[in-house]
Design a protein around this ligand. Structure first.
Ligand SMILES: [Mg+2]
Length: 192
């Protein structure tokens, strides 16, 4: 936790993420609604893979094994990407905002990477069979599980809070693309 790390209730954070994602998607990323659930689920798989790639490199780094390396700070943007896109999947499927319904038991980082990939596999399988009974409920549960694993990884590495990492990444993307939608975290009425 740093002096720049704002804490807000998790529920408020997920509401703020949905509002920002919803606005940016509808007005800037995809105003004609050409992208569907299939696109978002592919994007989620891509982001989970990018995160796993960093976890792999960190494992090498810690054991001095040859190959490309990474630092824990390299995880920050990738962790944020996964949460942002998990919410976009939920948005496309008209699901409620993310929440924690599952408490992930901490494991070593490689196992958490595999758990993340496995949860993403469930999301993919459900997306392929979205018309099935209870599909939406299960999809939401797996998206929440993915989010909780991301939080567990951030905790493991002692990184800045996911809330702050998400805001930073969301706004960096908007700046890069010259968009006007920005996300803010507010705490006790103070603007950050
Ligand atoms: Mg990424």
């Amino acid at each position: 936790m740093t002096e720049h790390d704002i804490e807000i209730p998790l529920e408020d954070f997920f509401d703020a993420l949905r509002a920002a994602n919803s606005q940016r998607n509808a007005t800037e990323f995809d105003p004609q609604a050409r992208l569907g659930l299939d696109f978002m689920v592919n994007e989620l798989g891509g982001e989970v893979g990018e995160l796993q790639n960093v976890l792999k490199k960190l494992h090498r780094e810690a054991r001095d094994i040859p190959g490309s390396r990474a630092r824990p700070g390299d995880l920050e943007g990738e962790l944020a990407d996964v949460v942002i896109v998990a919410d976009l999947v939920a948005l496309k499927a008209r699901l409620p905002t993310l929440d924690f319904r599952v408490t992930v038991t901490p494991h070593d980082t490689l196992t958490m990477g595999i758990m993340l990939n496995s949860a993403c596999g469930h999301v993919s399988k459900i997306a392929l069979n979205i018309w099935e009974a209870d599909a939406h409920e299960h999809l939401w549960m797996w998206l929440c599980t993915i989010t909780e694993i991301v939080y567990a990884i951030a905790r493991h590495f002692g990184l800045l809070s996911i809330e702050n990492l998400v805001v930073r990444k969301f706004n960096a993307t908007s700046r890069k693309l010259n968009f006007k939608t920005f996300m803010e975290l507010t705490s006790t009425g103070d603007r950050h």
